[in-house]
Design a binder for this molecule. Sequence first.
Ligand SMILES: [Ca+2]
Ligand SMILES: [Ca+2]
Ligand SMILES: [Ca+2]
Length: 403
Amino acid sequence: MMPPRILAVFMLVILFTASATNVVAKREINKGATGDRLIVKWKEGTDSLIGNDIGGDTGRPHGGRFKSSRKLSHRLRLDLVDLESGVDPQEALQELLDSGLVESAELDAEVSIDLTPDDARFDELWGMQTIEAELAWDATTGSDDVIVCVVDTGVNYAHPDLADNMWVNEAERDGLPGVDDDGNGYIDDVYGWDAHNNDGDPDDDNSHGTHCSGTVGARGGNAIGVVGVAHNVKIMACKFLDDSGSGSTSGAITCIDYCATNGAHIASHSWGGGSYSTALKTALDNSDYMLHVAAAGNDGEDADLNPHYPSSYDTPHLISVASTTSTDAMSSFSNWGVASVDMGAPGSSILSTVLGTAYGYSSGTSMATPHVAGAAALMLAKNPSLSPLELKHILLDSGDPIA
Ligand SMILES: [Ca+2]
Ligand SMILES: [Ca+2]
Ligand SMILES: [Ca+2]
């Protein structure tokens, strides 16, 4: 078994961009390209510039256009090719495309300052830098079509950095109090459901769920506060934990059912406890059109020996997330486990939204989990046809081993 890997969104973007090679090959010149570097995917049987007669009319190696190349990914046969200074990148690109040696070639995209969010406290979000979110944001900052259900203490849906990214049940917003206007079986569920109080107001009275929600998808580029991994996304709230952060397995099942039947693509579970529950396992197994992302737990122990639920359930479309520090080490409190923990993500000293209009720092595998849920939301925004299992496999294939 491989050791868990730390989430790296940039690698994901390369992976699913590379799978669409024909599209890439037909594209002309990218906006925001660096102009002096090409990403090349070689055809099978070719693995570098060396020894290939590309543009050999100038008498210099590689036709004088290509300075050097280095391997970006052996598995994907991707090279990063540097151009000599003064070379017209479009001509060089065309030459490679015409050579018959490449499956695709494109100009390497620039890490654009435009896509560094202007949100006031962005510099404090070390987790976004660690997962190279800024590079991913060159490809997509998310989509209003992707719904992430946060199963937690509720969500402070009026927070100025969350309000615009909340999922809204319009029939209930515009409907009658006390009436199930959309006929989904839940009365007055405008932003989601409160399975603890059994009503339609999942407002947060703890702040934990609001913190997690901000990491998934605090609004990006609105000049205030923080950003989520997804700048644009729809956050569905399901509250089943009370103001002290406690709840029941049955409440969790109600929430999973709510998220699933109301169209969520991803469920973020920053909670755990209790022993093995057949009912909860069944609820997870049966909602296989959602990706479940679950916190590995904060007991600082091997979850292979002491299972932590729901993260330890052997459900194919569930990812268990450990917490890492700003130096890419496992957080001291984090559970681990070769079999029962899938990957790591930033979870120590994470800044995000809390109650009122405020922001605060928290630590835990709870904070790591929404980084992965947000990354999955970005991937779905870029490629809406990915299944939960495909999302999971791309996530697990990416990133670097935990130090
Ligand atoms: Ca309803
Ligand atoms: Ca209503
Ligand atoms: Ca913001």
